[in-house]
Design a protein around this ligand. Structure first.
Ligand SMILES: Nc1ncnc2c1ncn2[C@@H]1O[C@H](COP(=O)(O)OP(=O)(O)O)[C@@H](O)[C@H]1O
Ligand SMILES: [Mg+2]
Length: 348
């Protein structure tokens, strides 16, 4: 849908931190140098890269995107620089690379920190001399491409560890735009949530968007949004899709749709674990607690678990002087989750 695609590209925000980014973006767009866009996942790096292109003098030329993390090392080089027929097993036809395709336009290298040192060497050459060779060819090709790189990795640290070339970093870092995480631009949370909610209401053919309940607004404001705008968008879209009544404010949201007592426990090792440090953090694993009342006698599981929940809630409320926000933090729950628990156990 054209309209939907166009709406999805609109950057929303009014917080000073966001407006500063928009200014910086307009200034950087004008010159013809590389730009690095840095930010946690979901902060809008792709949208900013597109904005940089469409505000630049190259806006009528191609805007080509490559996700460097999506391809293995040798395929990425061929994707970027192209290859001659027969240059490696499987390369039966000649292939024009993205640098040739993007000639006179912009090439957006997403997840640029994942490129191999060999690919980085070639990138350095293109940024310095505007030249490269297709794989399997000696012929030097000239290209005029503006590079925009994006990553959620701290590149200077990666360079100090030998994982990213310092000289390439210096070339690319003529302009660095660092996007603030959503938790540092809280003024924008509700504005974004309303926009995302309105779009879903429109898709559901509702007369108008009924907004959010006070509890839901509190919950939206309380959450830390580690997945940033992408997470907020998903949570709001899910909430509005699940809402039954188009005339009542949307009241319930689910931060983690996988949350379930039956969720499989195995933890997948992240590909980045051995690589450069992402900016994200992980929650510590809980200790294994003692099973209460399991002294060899049969026990009612549901009643016992419910009693344990109630005791934990009582104790946590007590130690936090009955302040619900502090209690939620104390239990590593969102405010909304705590309210849900309190209602379930009839504390409210
Ligand atoms: N300022 C913004 N206004 C509206 N939507 C945004 C904004 N920033 C990001 N988004 C939306 O959030 C999602 C993630 O954005 P994206 O650019 O893919 O993030 P990143 O590349 O940093 O992971 C996308 O659906 C995008 O449309
Ligand atoms: Mg992205």
């Amino acid at each position: 849908m054209r309209l939907k695609a166009a709406q999805d590209q609109t950057l929303i925000g009014e917080s000073p931190a966001f407006l500063e980014i928009i200014d910086q973006c307009s200034r950087a767009a004008r010159h013809d140098r590389p730009v690095l866009v840095i930010g946690e996942r979901g902060t809008g790096k792709e949208l900013i890269a597109a904005r940089l292109h469409f505000l630049s003098p190259r806006w009528e030329q191609s805007f080509i995107q490559v996700n460097c993390a999506a391809l293995p090392e040798n395929l990425l080089e061929s994707e970027l620089f192209g290859h001659e027929a027969g240059s490696f097993t499987g390369a039966s036809n000649k292939r024009i690379g993205r640098f040739e395709e993007a000639h006179q336009g912009t090439l957006f290298l997403d997840e640029i920190a994942t490129t191999s040192l060999a690919a980085q060497e070639k990138l350095l050459r293109v940024t310095e001399y505007g030249t490269f060779q297709r794989i399997g060819s000696n012929k030097t090709i000239h290209t005029d491409v503006r590079i925009i790189g994006a990553t959620n990795i701290d590149l200077p640290t990666a360079a100090d560890r030998g994982e990213f070339r310092h000289d390439l970093l210096d070339r690319l870092a003529l302009d660095v735009i660092t996007l603030p995480p959503l938790r540092h631009r809280r003024d924008d949370i509700l504005l974004l949530a309303f926009q995302f909610g309105q779009r879903v209401a429109q898709e559901r053919d509702w007369m108008s968007f009924p907004g959010f309940s006070d509890d839901m607004i509190d919950a939206l404001m309380q959450h830390d949004w580690p997945g940033n705008i992408r997470e907020l968008k998903n949570v709001v879209e899910r909430a509005v899709y699940h809402s039954e009544d188009e005339f009542s404010p949307v009241d319930a949201m689910e931060i983690d749709p996988f949350e379930s007592p039956f969720r499989p426990q195995a933890k997948i090792q992240k590909a980045t674990d051995s690589g450069p440090t992402p900016i994200e953090k992980e929650a510590p694993a809980p200790m294994r607690p003692q099973s209460p009342l399991l002294d060899g006698k049969p026990v009612d599981y549901s009643l016992t678990v419910a009693a344990l929940e109630r005791t934990m809630l009582e104790d946590a409320l007590e130690s936090n002087k009955h302040n619900q926000r502090d209690t939620a933090k104390f239990l590593n729950l969102t405010y909304h989750q705590l309210r849900h628990q309190l209602k379930k156990h009839e504390f409210l």
